[in-house]
Design a protein around this ligand. Sequence first.
Ligand SMILES: Nc1nc2c(ncn2[C@@H]2O[C@H](COP(=O)(O)OP(=O)(O)OP(=O)(O)O)[C@@H](O)[C@H]2O)c(=O)[nH]1
Ligand SMILES: [Mg+2]
Length: 355
Amino acid sequence: MELLKYLKQATNTATNSIKSSQIYRDEMLLNLKYQKAIHGISTHRNNNFSSENIKKIYSEFSDKAEYLQKSIEKLTAKAQNDFSNAYSELEKNARFVTIMLFGRSRTGKSTMMEALTSGDGHTIGIGKQNTTTEIKEYFLPKTKNGEIPTKDALRIVDTPGIEGFDGEELAKMAERYIERCDHIFFLLSDDKATSSELDRFGYIQTQGKGITVLLNIKSFDEDIDLLVEKPEYIFKRDEIEGHNRRIKNYVAKHFDMPEPEVIPVHARAAWMGKRPDKAIATINRNHEILLRNSYIANVEKTIQKFIVEDSVLVRIRTPYDLINGYIISVKNELRPVAGQFRELMDKFKYLKKKV
Ligand SMILES: Nc1nc2c(ncn2[C@@H]2O[C@H](COP(=O)(O)OP(=O)(O)OP(=O)(O)O)[C@@H](O)[C@H]2O)c(=O)[nH]1
Ligand SMILES: [Mg+2]
């Protein structure tokens, strides 16, 4: 009940912030019609040049200039469309505080989502990569049949793995969602954390999003007994400390951002502990202890803390971060085209002089 109050507060903040950012959205949409500023490039195409050579050179120049102009048109039209959609999504979903699960395939994102929402486990992968192939949203408080709530809620988003067999397309799908969320749970598993996945911190940072690392302790199922009896054999302090240091050092070395919090958790045990009916069939163990020793409570505490302490500030920023993110990405995409334009102009000036 207490949290609902804060969720309501977050909704109000988001609504106000979106309203006050609308003039910037309009300006952004207007400015993305950049192609209007480049005109007249090929107006001389049919000029009656006396020399065949000049005619040929001029025509080549015009072709290239037109091609570049079309590239810019396409690029800006796409950016305009994507931006406009992303912004309306923000408007439409202002009532949700959104936490997104992000990470390589098989790190346990879906398992974590099932644990947090006390799900039936059907989204968890069985031995294969890229089990999750689309963005899926889940809500707390839960609604009947998982319908989209009409009131303020916490939205937990499960995404496809960013590094798996199905590669780039799915990774892009997950990355595109970053701009729509308020906070990111970056899943790493203790069995196979690579530095290439940590490189994604840089991208998330440019979108202005906060990150908490969930270090999923993926011990074997047979070790679930051990987790109940002797959790310190599963949550090995030295190993966790090693991961913790490695993650923090890597982020500090490569990105200009605060050290992320790293929370060790056993996603599978948490899910089993929350689904006693299912788990009883497989294990005859004490679910309360299993749940406690999974340390899922630390993840839940982080969510509560985010809702109570940070969500208001974050939600003031969200629409502005979205706008900034697009400015940065359009700039990056336009840069190579601008370079080609410059090169073309230099070449043209040179030719003119020669002629
Ligand atoms: N032993 C153990 N296995 C886990 C744990 N978390 C996940 N798994 C297993 O790891 C596999 C992948 O888990 P998922 O939750 O489907 O992973 P995902 O990150 O959603 O994977 P994609 O959907 O492919 O991106 C499943 O077989 C899980 O049962 C854990 O804490 N311990
Ligand atoms: Mg999944």
